[in-house]
Design a binder for this molecule. Structure first.
Ligand code: TYD
Ligand code: MG
Length: 457
């Protein structure tokens, strides 16, 4: 096939250059030129006539009320936790991107899904990273001998598109998008240009044929999906694997979903027979202390539709001249803010201390309702006094020292009571209307109130 001409386009201003340059000749930005395929420039006949009149031909427009809102049909994959993050199942023509660290279980989960779906539809697994034999070995390990999944070891986009045309699968997994290359571009597989070009082609094919396409994407060292965010715009759904590769638990989080709720999480455990869904995960992020220890506070967080209990640990220790603030699973900027609030509004200073905070189990917490638990864990470590046994807290903390309510507080409290927790400190507005059996609930309006309260407990 003859190569189309390629040009280099600036990602900042859209300026072009026939060859690669370090600096964009139009806007002088550095390192912004990316290889792209040159579009044919000669306009067609209609376009010429329209241009002569100075206008395009008018296109049909519909009134919103006249468009029928068709609910998309979903096909469950049979893996409940995966269906949960997908918003119920796969959607025909939908494109899903799954990102995650190497070795976290992307290929494993997808092979399990492929096998389950192969019982009701035609599925295709395109592997660019492993040979067919390696895939077969994994299938054997997963106990999927005799699986009807069609497998192709291929990395050239044009060949894959031809296979899709010939096989007409209803579900196709590309493992991974970074290994693909299109012979229309001369840049290496995995480069932004190649990733974008290949993803765009596959997306178009998915929409045209109604095949659901899952793209596996690698995460760069900085933690972003390679092909800087370009893919996130193209696809319908973005799922992220998170969790600690040292523990057996894996979380799959939806960070974008055109067909369902975001921030829903699926919880899996990696076993010697692949990934198994954990249907009741609320207590897996608690570590087991026989007696309460200083610097530990249990938080009830709400991820998607399920409350989770997560232990927040803090260690405050005398630091050097420039003390460190480190956080694992929580935002560091938020930690700095909380330390300032703690100092200003509750008079507890940590400015000469190293402060480390950690969310147990490799879970990542982004909701501000974690603030109160983080503050209480820090003050507990600072004073070397444990919080009472069976203690939980949640609530957002503001710069003025106020404690703001968290969404769906009642549900959080009920979950904590169900798991045997007995004392809770929560924002005033989250006080339940009826008492919750087994749980003593203290409500607070301000940070200083909360700090004062836990000293008395
Ligand atoms: P894999 O799915 O290959 O990861 P990715 O595609 O995200 O790079 O996951 C492989 C890891 O999972 C590897 O370290 C072995 C482990 N594993 C199990 O523990 N049990 C199993 O049944 C399988 C198939 C893999
Ligand atoms: Mg893999």
């Amino acid at each position: 096939m003859a190569k189309d001409k390629t040009i280099y386009t600036c990602q900042e201003c859209g300026g072009t250059s026939p060859k690669w340059l370090g600096k964009c000749p139009s806007c002088n930005a550095w390192n912004t030129l990316e290889e792209t395929r040159a579009e044919p420039v000669s306009p067609g006949k209609n376009r010429m006539q329209a241009l002569a009149r100075g206008l395009n031909a008018a296109q049909p427009v519909t009134t919103l009320a006249d468009i029928e809102a068709a609910d998309v049909a979903r096909t469950p994959t049979g893996i409940d936790e995966l269906d949960r993050v997908l918003g119920g199942g796969i959607v025909a023509g939908g494109v899903v991107l799954i990102g995650g660290d190497p070795g976290i279980g992307k290929s494993t989960l997808l092979l399990q899904a492929l096998d389950a779906l192969s019982r009701q539809m035609k599925v295709l697994y395109v592997t660019g990273e492993e040979s067919g034999a390696q895939v077969a070995m994994r299938a054997h390990r997963l106990g999927l001998d005799g699986s009807q999944v069609r497998v192709q070891a291929e990395i050239q986009l044009e060949n894959i598109l031809a296979t899709l045309e010939a096989e007409q699968p209803a579900f196709c997994v590309i493992d991974s998008i970074q290994t693909l290359f299109s012979d229309q571009l001369s840049s290496a597989p995995g480069s932004v240009a190649q990733v974008r070009e290949c993803a765009a082609h596959l997306t178009r094919t998915a929409k045209a044929s109604g095949c659901t396409v899952v793209l596996v994407g690698h995460v760069t060292k900085e933690g972003a999906l390679a092909g800087p965010r370009v893919l996130e715009h193209i696809v319908d759904t973005v799922l992220y694997f998170e969790g600690d590769t040292h523990s057996s638990f894996r979380l799959v989080r939806a960070i974008k979903n055109r067909f369902g709720a975001v921030n829903e999480i699926g919880v899996f455990a990696m076993t010697d027979k692949g990934l198994k869904g954990v249907s009741n995960p609320s207590a897996i992020f608690l570590s087991t202390h026989s007696e309460p220890v200083p610097g530990s506070c249990v938080l009830v967080t709400l991820e998607g539709t399920r409350p989770l209990l997560v232990e927040i640990q803090a260690l405050v220790d005398s630091g050097g001249p420039s003390p460190r603030r480190l956080s694992v699973g929580l935002e560091r900027d938020r930690l700095a803010m909380l330390l300032a609030v703690l100092h200003r509004h509750a008079g507890m200073a940590c400015f000469d201390q190293d402060v480390f905070v950690n969310a147990v189990g490799g879970v990542r917490i982004s909701e501000p309702a974690a603030d109160l638990a983080v503050l209480l864990a820090i003050q507990s470590s600072l004073r070397a006094r444990p919080l009472p046994k069976g203690f939980i807290a949640f609530g957002e903390v503001g710069l003025a020292g106020e404690v703001r309510p968290a969404p769906r507080g009642q549900e959080r409290l009920k979950e904590a009571a169900k798991l045997g927790f007995t004392v809770a400190v929560v924002p005033k507005a989250n006080a339940p209307k009826k008492p919750i059996e087994g749980l003593t609930i203290h409500t607070v309006d301000r940070v200083e109130e909360a700090i004062h309260l836990v000293r008395e407990l």
